[in-house]
Design a protein around this ligand. Structure first.
Ligand SMILES: Cc1cc2nc3c(=O)[nH]c(=O)nc-3n(C[C@H](O)[C@H](O)[C@H](O)COP(=O)(O)OP(=O)(O)OC[C@H]3O[C@@H](n4cnc5c(N)ncnc54)[C@H](O)[C@@H]3O)c2cc1C
Length: 474
């Protein structure tokens, strides 16, 4: 086959869109046929770090992507197995000359890329990996000594000062050669998972673009004042879209910057806060990149070896949303029912696990990864270590949120709590924000609090203080 007409393989991973897609643009730019391929993983049942909700969302995104690619004149090829072996097979079947893909921000994806590069070298295939998940790469934003930041504010200042690459358009057309074998689009049954009983957001690039339009036309202008209230529809809800690459981060950033141009000073300040959240996402990617050990241990060495308790019935109550703390239970039930949890409530539930139940943050981290559709290794680890007080720029260990006062402050009328705990529909919201005084449950079928927050708060302070003293003396 003539070198000019040999196809380019586009290996799709967490970049399931056609607009503003660097690897797709680079494959299509060569005017050669493009073979977009998604390689379905082979794990069965209970995967520790993903579950039915995220896999279902993935299936729907792939169906939507297949449709978008067809409209461009291409075809999504589905294979199953080890991605490197599958790409090798596809290349030999089609005579492909190159492989294009988006670089993965986590160490698991990166190890597959290392194997792919070796295989491409061996098979004399061009190998093009593109940084496309963040606006800035971890090695781009370093302090004056050339080292990674450990604190967010100076990182943000540096991040904001850097020029940002503008978005690209989708290619007008691509051509995928006929006759290439493809498996059917995956379904939950592909991983032996039963049908889903959860309500998920609409999947695919079109739905994600609609969420972004909605967010940037009316939500981010009021983000500062409203984002902490879980009963309001006040945050953008694009986290799963960034996780699956239904939206490119360049497009998100540019849409927010455009909204800022016509905003009042107060709205512009809110949009700045929103943009700083995009930088938190990149800060956590950078932390994971530079300190991959955080997946196994505390970022802050002072807190390694904390004597966390063994999980017991308290952990089960937390997971199922039956702790008797309405704000905690509402969050945990929202997670099970939708694969999402509001950020404020993620912090409250995470602190409850680590500071009230004294359980290892890694237990919560993996429970969240199994249930969140936006489950992102870096942000999830960052959020958990922040809440546990062990992470980069984390809440200090003695700043322990009180779940009662948090719900009084952020869900005073109980809108959020009532939405997720039907047993409490007829209960007056004032009862959601304090422990019942009489020892009687606040509603039939709803449990009494499983612990006393003030007592457990003192226990936590004691655990951390003692640990610090012991390690200082070693
Ligand atoms: C314990 C814990 C676990 C978390 N796990 C995840 C996770 O697995 N995946 C994930 O995307 N986010 C995670 N977060 C961060 C945050 O809760 C979600 O990004 C946010 O709730 C998503 O809703 P949204 O899209 O409406 O956010 P918005 O408030 O509209 O923010 C816009 C975007 O900015 C990013 N962002 C916002 N806040 C944060 C933050 N604190 N850290 C990193 N990025 C942020 C997200 O990409 C988000 O979509 C976690 C936070 C905590 C406390």
């Amino acid at each position: 086959m003539d070198a000019e007409t040999r196809p380019a393989i586009l290996w799709l991973r967490r970049d399931l869109r056609i607009t503003d897609h660097l690897a797709l643009a680079s494959a299509a730019r060569q005017r050669t046929p493009v073979i977009p391929v998604y390689v379905v993983s082979t794990w069965r049942d209970n995967h520790a770090w993903t579950g039915d909700k995220r896999q279902h969302f993935l299936c729907e995104c792939l169906a939507s992507l297949a449709h978008s690619l067809e409209q461009l004149g291409g075809r999504l090829i589905i294979r199953r197995g080890d991605p490197v072996a599958e790409i090798e097979t596809l290349a030999s079947e089609t005579g492909a000359a190159s492989v294009h893909f988006t670089l993965d921000p986590d160490p698991f994806g990166r190890s597959t890329e290392t194997r792919l590069r070796e295989s491409c070298r061996r098979l004399k295939l061009e190998c093009h990996g593109h940084h496309d998940t963040t606006l800035h790469q971890p090695d781009e934003i370093l302090n004056q000594s050339g080292r990674p930041y450990r604190v967010f504010t100076p990182y943000l200042k540096n991040w904001l000062s850097r020029p940002k690459v503008p978005p690209l358009k989708a290619p007008r057309e691509i051509h995928t050669p006929a006759g290439i074998h493809s498996l059917p689009l995956p379904t939950l049954a592909s991983w032996d998972l039963p049908p889903l009983h959860a309500t998920l957001p609409a999947a695919g690039e079109k739905a994600a673009k609609a969420r972004l339009r909605n967010a940037c036309s009316k939500l981010i202008q009021h983000y500062d004042a409203r984002r902490d209230f879980p009963g309001l529809d006040a945050t953008t809800r694009i986290s799963q879209d960034l996780r699956f690459g239904l939206l490119s981060i360049r497009t998100v950033y540019q849409t927010a910057v455009r909204a800022r141009q016509s905003a009042s000073p107060a709205a512009a300040a809110s949009i700045d806060t929103f943009i700083s959240e995009l930088a938190w996402r990149e800060f956590y990617f950078a932390i994971l990149h530079h300190f991959p050990d955080i997946l196994n241990t505390e970022f802050n060495p002072n807190w390694r070896g904390i004597p966390w308790r063994e999980p017991g019935p308290g952990f089960d109550a937390w997971k199922s949303g039956c702790t008797g703390f309405p704000i905690v239970d509402a969050g945990m039930r929202e997670l099970l029912a939708t694969g999402f949890m509001h950020n404020r409530v993620r912090m409250i539930t995470a602190m409850f696990l680590t500071k009230d139940l004294h359980l290892d943050w890694k237990l919560g981290e993996s429970h969240f990864m199994r249930h969140l559709i936006d489950g992102e290794i870096a942000s999830n680890n960052g959020g958990w270590q922040w809440s546990a007080g062990t992470g980069a720029d984390a809440a200090p260990y003695f700043r322990i949120q009180n779940p009662w006062s948090q719900s009084a402050r952020y869900d005073s009328d109980g809108t959020y709590i009532k939405k997720w705990i039907p047993e409490l529909a007829g209960t007056h919201p004032s009862q959601f924000h304090q422990a019942p005084k009489t020892g009687t449950p606040i509603a039939s079928g709803y449990p009494l609090p499983i612990l006393d927050h003030n007592t457990e708060r003192k226990v936590t302070l004691d655990i951390f203080k003692r640990h610090r003293e012991q390690t200082n003396h070693q």
